[in-house]
Ligand binder design. Structure first.
Ligand code: C2E
Ligand code: MG
Ligand code: MG
Length: 574
């Protein structure tokens, strides 16, 4: 294949003008022939047909039919460009000698209007054809510009997505490779934009040479999508090895130094790829997955600059994204909290649990079920805890002072937070600054604390107890619950996890299981609260089996500060 061919051919095929379908051509041609035959047959006829009360000679329809046949020729030119025009032109030119010879030989001037009609059609199709030709040339120019990157002359992002759309439509197998030039920003900032552009042009021309000559052994389409980002689409390969081989050739093309303005540049690039339909069944996901692989290559910063997408990468991507949002929220101090009410079984307000909340840049809440585990994983949970501690105690202190209500504030403490040497001091300071009495503050910890670091946790917990602060064991039943440590755990409250409440009414044994937890809790001197109570039937059961408190959507969802205050006022007025 000659140079320039592969990319240009692919471009031509994705931007080709989609004219009218071929069957329209045949319908128009057939109509034209049929009408011409009818004209021939009827023009010599002396018969008449009756329409209403009048008798009309059949020959009179010849004019209408002849106009119809001319319209067919005009439509052919309009819809089928060059082919339509030449078909119409030849048809008209063949007719002239026939009609004129009939006029001369039979001295029959009846056909004269037909000659004028044909002449008019001839002029019309010539005008249409030349006008369309100009328009087409203009359209091709505009289309070419729309699919070409101005700086490098490579196809651009639009061409890239068009090709992907076309390939997915045909269900053809292909790989998308996202490419990023390593350290390009520093070339731009140290050498200036002009030099940066020269570098991009040189890289593009090396890669274009590979794609156009097909020396990689695969069918490649290289595009520049933005800045220093390129996308390579690979087709006609047999295995993953073929894909990697091709990518390695593009990587190798950068090995020779680039000299621009007498400066030598040693360029490397990172490549992340994914395959359709193996990794992703949709065009936009195959793109996004290749990007995810590319980001991982850049993040890992290892020796190998090529990576294939795996589903794990999506989790890594999302974790990194959420981590960034948490860091930003901590920096800007925008972490906030909701307060979920807790009630006794007579629907008397016991207090609230403070739950951490965070919004993204669009003001949408990020699910705590997503950001809390990330904060735990990346070691930021103690900072999130502290933010909620600080803000919730300050709000709650003021609320108690304002309303004189007798309520408890529960806050969640992570293992990481509790294990900090400064934890006790932090709690002490917050109690002082907020004015909350220690017995109105309850700290929720999970069973895992006892398993992970029992000694230190126990020391910390007894310190809190000495201060008069209450302790709750959160999500009870989900960890490795052991009666022996529960016995030695100086807590005040047991929180039965929602998962037990969910299935409590489904079988008798599930109900008995919850009843047993409540009994054991009571034997050990704890009060018991059930989490996630959503239905009346659950409430009824919990009343019969002796639960002390409930927390759940049935009586109260997590509330904003203002809503919580209104609820407190409402209960104070009861
Ligand atoms: P958790 O401490 O067990 O909190 C209860 C969770 O159950 C909350 O979810 C609450 O919105 C939800 N919930 C309560 N009642 C119902 C109900 O009836 N139906 C349903 N479907 N859900 C209910 P949220 O706010 O998503 O919090 C999830 C977990 O995140 C919390 O579980 C807690 O372990 C953790 N968390 C929240 N805030 C903090 C914090 O400030 N620090 C720490 N370390 N963890 C926190
Ligand atoms: Mg909790
Ligand atoms: Mg819980």
């Amino acid at each position: 294949m000659s140079k320039k061919k592969i990319i240009q051919n692919t471009l031509d095929s994705i931007i080709k003008h989609h004219g009218a379908p071929m069957y329209v051509f045949f319908i128009l041609a057939f109509l034209y022939i049929a009408v011409s035959i009818i004209i021939r047959v009827t023009s010599g006829s002396h018969e008449t047909i009756s329409i209403g009360s009048s008798q009309i000679p059949i020959a009179a329809f010849a004019g209408v039919l002849s106009s119809l046949s001319n319209i067919c020729l005009i439509l052919l030119t309009l819809f089928f460009g060059k082919w339509g025009f030449y078909t119409a032109l030849i048809t008209i030119l063949i007719q002239f000698p026939v009609i004129i010879s009939v006029i001369i030989m039979h001295h029959n001037l009846n056909n004269l209007p037909g000659v004028f009609g044909n002449l008019l059609t001839l002029v019309t199709i010539i005008i249409i054809y030349f006008n369309n030709k100009e328009l087409d040339a203009y359209q091709v120019r505009v289309r070419d510009q729309a699919v070409t990157d101005r700086l490098t002359g490579l196809p651009n992002r639009f061409a890239c997505s068009e090709l992907i759309e076309e390939l997915t439509k045909n269900d053809e197998r292909f790989a998308v490779v996202s490419i990023d030039i390593n350290g390009f920003k520093s070339i731009n900032s140290s050498m200036g934009f002009e030099a940066g552009n020269e570098v991009l042009i040189e890289i593009a021309s090396r890669w274009k040479a590979i794609a156009d000559t097909g020396i990689s052994g695969t069918l490649d389409f290289i595009t520049r999508t933005s800045g220093d980002e390129f996308v390579l689409i690979i087709r006609n390969y047999h295995s993953d090895e073929d894909i990697i081989n091709t990518i390695r050739q593009y990587e190798a093309a950068l090995k020779n130094r680039l000299t621009i303005d007498n400066c030598d540049f040693y360029i490397t690039a990172s490549f992340g790829y994914s395959e359709y339909p193996v990794d992703a069944g949709r065009g936009d996901s195959v793109f996004a997955y290749a990007d995810a692989a590319l980001h991982e290559v850049k993040r890992a910063n290892s020796g190998d600059h090529i990576l294939r997408f795996t589903p794990d990468l999506l989790k890594i991507e999302r974790t990194i994204e959420i981590e960034g949002k948490i860091r930003e929220a901590l920096e800007k101090d925008t972490i906030f909290f909701n307060l979920q009410p807790q009630f006794d079984m007579d629907h008397k307000l016991r207090g609230f649990e403070a739950l951490a909340r965070m919004k993204d840049e669009n003001g949408e809440n990020i699910n705590p079920g997503e950001f809390i585990p990330v904060a735990e994983k990346v070691g930021l949970i103690d900072k999130v805890d502290s933010a909620v501690f600080r803000k919730a105690t300050s709000f709650f202190g003021e609320l108690l002072e304002k309303t004189g209500a007798d309520l408890t504030l529960s806050i969640n403490a992570s293992v990481r937070h509790l294990m900090k040497n400064s934890f006790i001091d932090e709690v002490r300071e917050l109690l002082e600054s907020s004015g909350i009495s220690p017995d109105k503050l309850e700290i929720e910890i999970t069973e895992s604390i006892m398993i992970d670091s029992a000694d230190k946790a126990l020391k910390c917990i007894s310190e809190l107890q000495k201060m008069g602060v209450k302790l709750a064991i959160d999500d009870f039943g989900t960890g490795y619950s052991s009666l022996s440590y529960l016995n030695s755990f100086p807590a005040n409250m047991l929180k039965i996890d929602k998962s037990f409440i969910d299935k409590m009414n489904s079988t008798d044994s599930s109900r008995q299981y919850v009843a047993a937890i409540i009994s054991i809790g009571h034997i050990m001197g704890f009060e018991v609260i059930s989490e996630g109570v959503e239905e009346d039937a659950q409430l009824t059961t919990l009343r019969t089996i002796g639960c002390d408190y409930i927390q759940g959507f049935l009586w109260g969802r997590p509330l904003s500060q203002q809503e919580a205050e209104e609820l407190v006022m409402q209960f104070a007025g009861k």
